[in-house]
Write a protein that binds this ligand. Structure first.
Ligand code: PNS
Length: 169
């Protein structure tokens, strides 16, 4: 228990599955850095600052968990943070090919950095930020998918979005 793990992702928005992985990583590593990718090409619901803020709120009871945002290559960021462990979650076989590709590419770029895969609780296996975004934008209930601070924040955001949608037509 003496190393630092980087848990990278888009976290748009953070879900119960992400939080589950953070708790599991926290039990395995001395320190966990939750790292939000800045330079993503994906269309986003939340800004990077919003994601960082929400993740900080969700992890405030874990003193060894830090939340940060990063640019550029993940392995370069891991080096800057003096970490040689990357944590990623695997939910189902559908994740496997993508994750396997990223992990092997990162290993080629930085052979000293190891990717560690963790499985979330079964009840989170079907969860994804993409589906949560869809439910959020359609004003559906989010309490069973995301941590309470995220549900509250997205609830307000959805109201705003639905109001604009109503006015525009
Ligand atoms: O939550 P996501 O979107 O599946 O996370 C993907 C992430 C952030 C792990 C990946 O896109 C990433 O590491 N990007 C940083 C750029 C990089 O290092 N690319 C090479 C490996 S894909």
């Amino acid at each position: 228990m003496n190393s630092i793990a980087i848990y990278p992702g888009s976290f748009d928005p953070p879900t119960n599955g992400h939080l589950d992985l953070i708790v599991r990583s926290n039990q395995l590593f001395r320190k966990v850095v939750v790292a939000v990718l800045r330079n993503t090409s994906k269309q986003s619901l939340l800004s990077i600052d919003e994601r960082v803020k929400l993740l900080k709120e969700c992890t405030k009871d874990f003193p060894n968990v830090e939340v940060d945002a990063f640019d550029g290559l993940l392995v370069d960021y891991a080096r800057v943070r003096e970490s040689n462990h990357i944590v990623r979650g695997i939910r189902a076989l559908t994740d496997f090919e993508y994750e396997f590709q990223i992990a092997l590419l990162n290993r080629r770029l930085a052979p000293d950095i190891e990717t560690i895969f963790l499985m979330p609780r079964e009840e989170h296996v079907y969860l994804s930020s993409r589906l949560v975004r869809e439910v959020a934008l359609l004003g559906g209930p989010l309490e069973s998918f995301v941590p309470p601070p995220v549900a509250a924040y997205l609830g307000e955001k959805a109201k705003e979005f639905l109001r604009i949608y109503d006015t525009e037509g």
